[in-house]
Design a binder for this molecule. Structure first.
Ligand code: ATP
Length: 244
């Protein structure tokens, strides 16, 4: 039991969630390493949502609200940290949730499917091996997608993802929104919009902003997108890290 007044309470609680997901069998060993990399960057960012992160979130939410077929792509790490928030965000955005695992096994997929169902989300996509398609015919686990989900999506929200996957999606004309604490990662550079923030802060803020933006007209939403440059935003994030 971690005492509430421990100076690293939040960080340790997140580690517990990651460890629990590993024990349950749906998070691969390397997922723990990826979490550690994220922790290091969060430390450097001051473990807060920066103004910069917020700007990216506003643009991302506007993009998702204007999408025809928006998909939230989830993996073991992101599910371990924010499953309830993913489900709430999907509902508000009218988006679908699709599981995409680099270390895909039948067992991991079955555990995650059941987990989403037990949290009240029934139709999670990407669970049927036989029905998976390969984007651009690239026969790699990084290119798998379900027909009504990522395969036909115009906007895909990915988090804690690696660069190969992001590259395949971008090359296939998907508008990719990434949540990644590392502004130097290949994913961060590849995505159309990168939210440099911890997923545990970013998704709740996306929910809050999506509720607000649902009542805005398309002109307003488009202006939020047009005023955003991913390149500049990433450079600003690096500046923040240097100054923290
Ligand atoms: P790339 O291939 O894009 O350069 P990578 O090889 O670092 O990335 P992974 O090892 O899969 O890819 O790491 C996943 C990414 O997720 C890392 O950039 C890490 O900083 C980030 N990350 C980890 N935990 C979180 C979190 N809680 N919130 C947001 N991002 C996170």
């Amino acid at each position: 039991m971690i005492p509430r007044n421990h100076p690293r309470y939040t960080s340790l609680m997140l580690r517990e969630k990651i460890k629990k997901a590993h024990d349950k069998g749906y998070l691969a060993d390397s997922g723990m390493i990826a979490h550690g990399r994220g922790e290091a960057f969060d430390y450097l960012l001051g473990e807060r949502t920066t103004d910069n992160g917020r700007k990216a979130i506003e643009s991302a939410v506007a993009t998702l609200l204007l999408a025809k077929n928006p998909i939230i792509s989830v993996n073991g790490n992101s599910t371990a940290l924010v499953i309830n928030e993913f489900i709430e965000l999907a509902k508000i955005l009218n988006a679908k949730i699709e599981i995409n695992l680099f270390y895909r096994t039948k067992e991991r997929i079955a555990i995650m499917k059941e987990l989403y169902e037990s949290h009240g989300y029934i139709n999670v996509l990407g669970t049927d091996d036989k029905k998976l398609l390969y984007i651009d015919g690239i026969e790699s686990p990084r290119a798998t997608a379900s027909e009504n989900g990522i395969y036909s999506a115009d906007v895909v929200l990915v988090s804690l993802e690696d660069g190969d996957r992001a590259e395949i999606l971008v090359n296939n004309n998907k508008n990719v929104i990434a949540i990644d604490l590392n502004p130097l990662s290949r994913t961060a550079k590849m995505a159309n919009i990168t939210i440099v923030d911890n997923i545990v802060r970013a998704i709740p803020l996306m929910i809050e902003i999506a509720k607000k933006y649902k009542n805005k007209d398309n002109k307003y939403l488009k202006s939020m997108i047009n005023n955003f440059s991913n390149k500049i935003n990433l450079e600003e994030s690096l500046e923040i890290i240097k100054k923290t």
